[in-house]
Design a protein around this ligand. Structure first.
Ligand code: NAP
Ligand code: G3H
Length: 485
């Protein structure tokens, strides 16, 4: 247990100026297990005044942090990575309990986060500015010497979603800190305890007081206040497209990075190795019950391909283990009943409109069994909406061009996959897809984490990925020397 992070009644506190503090509101939010409703702990619902205080404190701390030598920043981040590795089991168990992520994926989230932070620290060590000589431009001279360096933006607001409360918080915090910024973390309410453990690791690793503060509370209550706060210099948000859109509308003057929802398509061509494709798609669509922005969310294939692929998918889907995240399972209860109701609504709509149910459509409270639909048509909600649950539609197309057309008609533009052995066809399709990333012969996925990761249209704004995130959360500072030589 991290010292003072919570008390014996499992009341968790916020990190403020290096100390764990309770809110003066005396308002607590209960965090219950998505599996059995058991109380995991209680988190503080902070007031607007406490948001003000947390921001003011982090800005004050930022004056010294911006001047802290890079080797000291990297030393602290390396220590964070070391502690995360050492506390991996403990933090993974919190993830299992709080967000119902299966144990293997929870361990992987923590280890990946340690690797992410270590890589960020290493990259920080090699970050350099540049110098330009004036004589390259007509009429210029060597008397002009331009020094370009990157400086911090100030205070970064990091808002993470429930499905990766450790990794998608750290992938904002670590690059921001390396860039010399301070951070205010607003974790998801369901996932807050995991996020607070992460903050505790940064604190324990020796991050100076106030460089990272946390605020917990419902997004619907404090979200608008914090995203429009004049003390926030950059908003780094991952979550749903609706909330992302709302933030864009109300936070007009603050630069934003948004990673939002998706409806990633897998386009499968006749020459693909269908056994491998089926395996990849099942893993991509159903891991953590499809609660991943990059889950495969629709298959586009011709009759010839679909006829062969469907039985392969069916067999693999029916072999998926369903149940308790503490065991070795893929399908777990969804984060809450509301999410399960939403997914069931998509299933019911597809059933009513005549989609072919290949397997699934079984539910126990918020546990939805893995479901596959064939012959989904474009009038069905499941053809367009992001389920964030274990439901996969197959839309049959007449050819590659129709597949591209349907893929691009989506409001989303996160990733897409193209499965084919023909590199020319792969490029023909990839070039036309309106998404941030196209995967050729692989399921959609965010990593490796130093690759650029971005969504277009309703899927986001700005580019993540370790180096790209550091770049986004720093700006150029230029000093021109006018020499007398
Ligand atoms: P969400 O409901 O949008 O919540 C995300 C975060 O925003 C939470 O911390 C939430 O706090 C906070 N929030 C809510 N209202 C806010 C407001 N008005 N102002 C500021 N913050 C506010 O999303 P989610 O259900 O946690 O996550 C699932 C969604 O995220 C899916 O659509 C998924 O595709 C997307 N996602 C995208 C990526 C990507 O990289 N593209 C990665 C992961 C997830 P509370 O929890 O307190 O409400
Ligand atoms: O949920 C969205 C995450 O950014 C997806 O990451 O592809 O590593 O699961 P992942």
């Amino acid at each position: 247990m991290f010292k003072n992070l919570c008390n014996e009644e499992k009341i968790y506190k916020n990190l403020y100026n290096g100390e764990w503090v309770e809110s003066s509101t005396n308002k607590l939010i209960e965090v219950k297990s998505p599996v059995d409703g058991q109380l995991i702990g209680k988190i503080q619902a902070v007031s607007k005044e406490e948001v003000d205080k947390a921001i003011a404190n982090t800005k004050e701390a930022g004056k010294a942090w911006a001047k802290t030598p890079m080797y000291e920043r990297t030393k602290i981040l390396n220590k964070v990575a070391e502690l995360l590795d050492a506390r991996c089991e403990e933090i993974a168990d919190i993830l299992v309990a709080e967000i119902g992520k299966d144990k293997r994926s929870s361990v992987s989230e923590v280890k990946r986060t340690a690797d992410y932070i270590r890589f960020t620290a290493n990259l920080g060590e090699s970050l350099e500015g540049e110098s330009l000589s004036g004589d390259r431009f007509p009429g210029g001279s060597k008397k002009k010497l331009c020094l370009v360096e990157r400086v911090p933006l100030g205070t970064v607001l990091a808002i993470a979603p429930f499905n990766y409360p450790v990794n998608l918080a750290a992938s904002k915090i670590a690059p921001a800190l390396i860039g010399g910024n301070t951070v205010l973390l607003k974790p998801p309410s369901q996932g807050a305890i995991s996020g607070l453990y992460l903050a505790a690791v940064f604190n324990e690793a020796g991050l100076p007081k106030g460089v990272l503060n946390t605020i917990t509370g419902k997004g619907s209550e404090i979200g608008d206040y914090v995203v429009t706060h004049p003390g926030i210099d950059f908003i780094n948000f991952t979550g749903s497209s609706d909330v992302g859109q709302h933030i864009t509308e109300i936070s007009s003057k603050t630069p934003l990075m948004l990673e939002l929802g998706g409806k990633d398509a897998a386009i499968v061509l006749e020459d693909a190795d269908l056994e491998n494709v089926a395996e990849d798609i099942v893993l991509g669509a159903y891991s953590y019950s499809g609660q991943r922005c990059t889950a495969v969310k629709r298959i586009l294939a011709t009759n010839e391909v679909a006829d062969k692929l469907v039985p392969m998918l069916k067999e693999k889907i029916e072999a998926l283990k369903v149940g308790n995240p503490n065991e070795d399972v893929t399908i777990v209860p969804l984060i809450d009943d509301k999410s399960a109701d939403f997914v069931q609504g998509l299933i019911d709509d597809a059933m009513e409109k005549g989609a072919t149910l290949v397997t699934g459509n079984k539910r126990e409270k918020n546990l939805i069994y893995p479901t596959l639909f064939d012959n989904v048509t474009v009038d069905m909600r499941i053809a367009w909406e992001e389920p964030f649950g274990p439901v996969l539609p197959i839309i049959r197309v007449k050819d590659v061009d129709e597949a591209i057309d349907i893929a691009n008609r989506s409001e989303y533009g996160l990733q897409s996959s193209v499965f084919t052995k023909d590199i020319n066809k792969a490029f023909y399709i990839a070039k036309q897809l309106e998404v941030g990333v196209v995967q050729i012969n692989n399921k959609p996925e965010r990593g490796p984490d130093h690759f650029p990761f971005l969504g277009v249209k309703a899927s986001g704004m700005g580019t993540q990925g370790i180096g790209y995130s550091i770049e986004a959360m720093t700006r150029h500072k230029v000093i021109v020397m006018n020499l007398d030589i």
